[in-house]
Ligand binder design. Structure first.
Ligand SMILES: Cc1cc2nc3c(=O)[nH]c(=O)nc-3n(C[C@H](O)[C@H](O)[C@H](O)COP(=O)(O)OP(=O)(O)OC[C@H]3O[C@@H](n4cnc5c(N)ncnc54)[C@H](O)[C@@H]3O)c2cc1C
Length: 470
């Protein structure tokens, strides 16, 4: 006899979307979690990083207040107090995800690590739980780098970062992906010297090249030092001094943050006993999010796809929908929108210019509006960004790339447009509020509209009409 219709393993972004929906649909559902509900996002990811970024912005604004005619002050930063604030925010968000709060939504939380006994049974502590279906949402963890000396030296990852009690004097960061870049700017603004190391030549390899160059300029102007395009030869440590040998340079610091990616959490689940196929890239799922066992689904970071809370959440919903309702929906997306929460933010939806040219050849246009031409960016002194729209001559939108204080909010207009097959002309014709950052998107669309009108038959007719009018 099955105890539950659905058991969700892992109460992070994916599991916390999935389990309450399953309960709403009338299923008997249990959510198994080895720590506390919340997952990476709440304890070591999105929430603490964004709270820290906000604190760093406050410090930055104190330091740069003179720009606005206000006397500037060098902030006194006690990292212990800043982290106490970060953990207070975590506590507030957790209140909505406690086992008691979840029970009110019809979800039974079982605390303990889950491992499969057979395809329909898991062990959780000293208890065995049987279910008709399972959803595995166990997330990912920091990857261990293979750089010589790094393991022996000891280092921190995002797991320890939000527990630091002392502001590093000089923070060395290996990896210039989202976590490395966000934390580099935050710690620089809090008062650390920061040096970043990256094998490739630019930061945020997943971003459009113009956007990554724009944010790199801002970070450099704030004093972040980049050592890019060089292999790290060795890392060593003597007392509290870490040494990174990068190309010909030898750089010393008093803290080492490694941010070189994350790997799926499959260990300990005994997936072999359930007959679930998995590899280094995580648990393999089909478009319905079914594993090699049709009654066992997986979602989020553990499937090795894009590692975002909103993606894990969407997949959690889709997995439940497919597991409990007739028919099916796809749990995969070609282009997942994202934002990196630097200041200004960097956001992307759809294809980069390079990808679009590979797919569509010559019929690719790029329309750019720089922040200096967006009045709100002028009033806010946010002048280093841009809105870059990649599209076809028909106005079909292929991608949008934004660097702006509000990029994370602005990108949704483009996500909606692409999902609903709206064109650049539709954005041009939609009234936007002045003075917002969002109106920059409309202004870009209007400028393309006018240019393409003038280039085509419309332009020739206008020229002829003007001639006739004398
Ligand atoms: C520093 C940092 C910043 C980030 N910032 C952002 C951001 O701004 N925006 C964004 O979209 N994403 C961000 N992310 C990524 C985001 O946190 C993850 O993509 C998201 O949490 C993945 O959700 P998930 O459900 O797959 O896994 P998780 O949320 O990690 O949940 C997995 C859960 O499973 C539990 N678990 C694991 N194994 C077992 C087991 N055997 N039994 C029981 N329980 C188990 C874990 O304890 C955990 O609670 C960030 C990540 C980091 C590290």
């Amino acid at each position: 006899v099955n105890d539950y219709d659905l058991v969700v393993i892992g109460a992070g972004s994916g599991g916390l979307s999935a389990a309450p929906l399953a309960a709403k649909l009338g299923a008997r559902v249990a959510l198994v979690e080895r720590y506390k509900p919340g997952g990476d996002c709440l304890y070591t990811g999105c929430v603490p990083s964004k709270a820290l970024i906000k604190a760093a912005k406050v410090a930055h604004e104190m330091r740069t207040a003179e720009t606005f005619g206000i006397e500037a002050h060098e902030p006194v930063v006690d990292l212990r107090r800043v982290m106490a604030h970060v953990h207070e925010v975590i506590g507030r968000v957790y209140e909505y995800e406690t086992p008691e709060a979840l029970a009110k939504k019809g979800v039974e939380v079982i605390l303990g690590g889950a491992s499969f006994v057979d395809p329909h049974t898991i062990d959780v502590g000293d208890r065995q739980v049987r279910a008709k279906r399972f959803l595995i949402a166990t997330g990912s963890r920091a990857a261990v780098p293979t750089i010589p000396g790094v393991r022996e030296s000891g280092y921190i990852t995002y797991d320890e970062l939000f527990h630091l009690a002392r502001l590093p004097e000089h923070l060395l960061i290996i990896g210039a992906g989202p976590i490395g870049v966000e934390m580099a700017q935050a710690f620089r603004r809090l008062g650390s010297r920061v040096t970043m190391f990256q094998r490739s030549r630019r930061l945020l390899g997943m971003a459009d090249a113009d956007c990554s160059a724009a944010i790199a300029r801002v970070m450099e102007s704030e004093g972040v030092v980049f050592h890019f395009g060089a292999e790290i030869g060795r890392v060593s440590r003597a007392g509290m001094t870490y040494t990174v040998e990068s190309g010909r340079d030898i750089i010393e610091g008093d803290q080492l943050l490694v941010a070189t990616g994350r790997v799926p959490n499959v260990e300990g689940l005994d997936l072999e006993k359930a007959g679930v196929v998995h590899g280094a890239g995580g648990i393999q799922v089909d478009s319905r999010l079914r594993t090699s066992q049709p009654h066992i689904y997986a979602c989020g970071d553990v499937t090795g796809g894009p590692q975002f809370t909103h993606y894990a959440g969407m997949q959690g919903y889709v997995a439940v929908r497919n597991a409990l309702l007739p028919g099916s929906s796809s749990g995969h997306m070609d282009h997942v929108p994202w934002t990196i929460f630097t200041d200004p933010e960097v956001a992307r939806a759809g294809m980069t210019e390079e990808e679009a040219r590979q797919r569509h050849g010559a019929d690719v246009r790029v329309t750019i509006r720089e922040n200096v031409h967006i009045d709100r960016a002028q009033t806010d002194e946010d002048l280093h960004g841009l809105v870059k729209i990649v599209h076809r001559s028909s106005g079909e939108i292929l991608g949008a790339h934004i660097v702006s204080a509000r990029a994370g909010e602005m990108i949704h207009e483009f996500v909606l447009a692409m999902e609903q097959k709206l064109k650049l002309g539709d954005i041009a014709e939609t009234m936007h509020v002045y003075p917002t950052y969002g109106i920059g998107a409309q202004q870009a669309a209007v400028s393309w509209r006018v240019d393409s009108l003038l280039e085509g038959l419309g332009g020739r007719l206008i020229a002829a009409a003007r001639k006739l009018a004398g």
